[in-house]
Design a protein around this ligand. Structure first.
Ligand code: CO
Length: 209
């Protein structure tokens, strides 16, 4: 991909949008009111808007290696705060994906420098679910299951925040765990029992009376 091509693509895209609606960008510049906060992986194959079929303005997006929500990560915590408190999103999605390089790296024994503390969060997910994962003999199946369990644990990290707990009590905000299957292009809803997870998490992490 040549960098100059990107600017040509952009020109064509602007023209396409204006042909359909001459006020498209004028309206876009008025502000944003997205219903969804999407937290996904930085992986170049897992686009946020394209795989969900949504337009600019529909989703507030945060991406990092392996779609993590570390409790002390200022970036992730700021995104959640802004999306929940100011944009008042109705849904928070954590979307992982099969064949995630970050999850794969966390399954292997290697010193990866600055990536070590980041990937350690995934190793923590493995430790929490060690019995289930160690019982899976097929490596590919184990890898896929860790991707799913990581999504589940990151959803729990989302629920641990005071902003999300308040929004749940006040206006019933929902948290969803999804996986994108790069091999088929399909988006899979892990159907996490949100009410039950919320109850379990709140038993220990409740910040709101
Ligand atoms: Co990934």
């Amino acid at each position: 991909m040549k960098i100059d091509k990107i600017f040509k693509n952009n020109e064509e895209w602007v023209q396409q949008k204006l042909t359909l609606d001459k006020d498209y960008f004028k309206n876009l510049s008025k502000g944003q009111d997205p219903d969804i906060l999407y937290i996904g992986c930085s992986d170049s194959r897992v686009t946020a808007e394209e795989l969900m079929g949504v337009a600019p303005g529909d989703a507030f997006v945060h991406r990092n290696i392996a779609n993590m929500v570390p409790n002390t990560d200022l970036s992730a915590m700021s995104v959640i705060d802004y999306a929940v408190v100011y944009l008042k999103v109705k849904h928070i999605v954590v979307c992982g994906h099969y064949y995630c390089g970050g999850v794969k790296a966390a399954m292997e024994s290697a010193d990866l420098g600055i990536l070590n503390p980041w990937l350690r969060n995934i190793r923590d997910v493995y430790r929490i679910h060690k019995d289930e994962l160690n019982a899976i003999t097929d490596e590919d199946a184990k890898y896929k299951r860790l991707v799913e369990l990581n999504v589940q644990e990151q959803c729990i990290n989302v629920i641990k925040t005071a902003e999300v707990q308040s929004a749940y009590i006040d206006r019933g905000i929902k948290v969803h765990g999804w996986v994108f299957d790069v091999h088929s292009g399909k988006l899979i809803d892990l159907k996490i029992d949100f009410a039950k997870v919320m109850e379990d998490v709140m038993e220990i992490y409740r910040l709101k009376k």
